[in-house]
Ligand binder design. Structure first.
Ligand code: P6P
Length: 325
């Protein structure tokens, strides 16, 4: 039984991390404060989704041409409101925003987010998540943020993380010094360190891919999926990236969303799904590739661009890459 006196909250952990950088201004810590606040609101809405009118189609469609459910819009608004009030972001890009949302021109950070990923799972009570990525702007503070501020390679990320609204609500993040997981303790209304220094097993027995697209996968991907079956691996696919990612991070495994006829560049978005997850998985000892290159080396060209994804336990990703190249 954990000694309650050893509980480390997210705020304490972030403050301890900041103290390791004497020149830190504290702005990044304040962004985590704003993310935490918005996460509690989204968690509240997700947990009661079946009870109040937040289900069903919002009627609109986002830039991806996907039907937007009300909870996507609510989550997007809650994160933007919290971060805007905090004043530490000069711009936000979001799956739910067609264009850059300009906030405080005097701030030095840019945030990219998928406010509620896996939204097709909302109505069936399956796990969903929020994904975020933080960059330092490249244009001068005091000016309006530019495309160059928002379209940076994944290797430039200052921080990345996700929240999974599952059987418990967890926030997992990295600032480049390892990966740590925090579980929301509703009895105190705070996130507590529950998964310190998370590491992805080099090998795994789980493969996650939508085999409905198998027929039009690249040949190397088909070969790998066939090999997984031969090896009697477990197929696990929730259809919510955060949930599939989180399970594989803990147990070992591989997650793929390859190119296919219906998704020639894959389905997942580089800036606010693939890059943050790639940062996390590399920090946890895993690997993340498009099949052609390291995801975090991709040069972005547009806010909502998609890339194929092969990410997970290093040995498994290497096996796929050897079959694809
Ligand atoms: P498919 C959810 O809509 C999402 O963006 C990711 O969370 C998930 O991994 C993927 O799409 C599922 O896509 O085509 O398999 O339903």
């Amino acid at each position: 039984m954990r000694n309650r006196n050893t509980v480390i909250t997210l705020s304490q952990f972030v403050a301890n991390e900041q103290a390791k950088h004497p020149d830190a201004s504290g702005n990044l810590s304040k962004i985590f404060r704003d993310i935490k606040f918005a996460t509690k609101l989204v968690n509240r809405d997700v947990r009661k989704a079946g009870l109040v009118d937040v289900l069903g189609e919002h009627g609109s469609t986002n830039i991806q041409g996907e039907e937007v459910k009300k909870l996507d819009v609510i989550a997007n608004d809650e994160f933007i409101s919290s971060l805007s009030a905090g004043g530490d972001c000069c711009a936000i890009i979001s799956e739910e925003e067609d264009y850059i949302r300009h906030l405080n021109p005097d701030a030095k950070y840019v945030l990219a987010m998928d406010p509620l990923d896996g939204s097709s799972n909302i109505d069936v009570n399956a796990p969903i998540g929020t994904i975020f990525s933080i960059y330092k702007r490249v244009s001068p503070v005091g000016t309006k943020a530019t495309d160059a501020d928002c379209l940076q390679k994944g290797v430039n990320q200052i921080a990345a993380g996700y929240i999974i609204y599952g059987s418990s609500t967890m926030l997992v993040y990295t600032t480049g010094a390892g990966v740590n997981g925090f579980t929301l303790d509703m009895s105190i209304g705070d996130f507590c360190l529950s998964h310190p220094n998370m590491h992805m097993p080099e090998e795994g027995k789980i493969y996650s891919v939508n085999e409905g697209n198998y027929k039009t996968f690249p040949e190397g991907i088909k070969q790998y999926v066939d090999a997984c079956k031969e090896a009697k691996m477990s197929a696990r696919y929730i259809g919510s990236m955060v949930a599939d990612f989180h399970r594989n991070l803990i147990k070992g495994g591989i997650f793929m969303y390859p190119a296919s006829a219906s998704a020639p560049n894959g389905k997942l978005r580089l800036m606010y799904e693939c890059n943050p997850m790639a940062f996390l998985i590399e920090q946890a000892g895993g690997k993340a590739s498009t099949g052609d290159q390291r995801i975090m080396e991709v040069e972005p060209t547009e806010l909502h661009q998609r890339v194929p994804v092969i990410m997970g336990s290093t040995n498994m990703v290497d096996d796929v890459l050897n079959r694809c190249n």
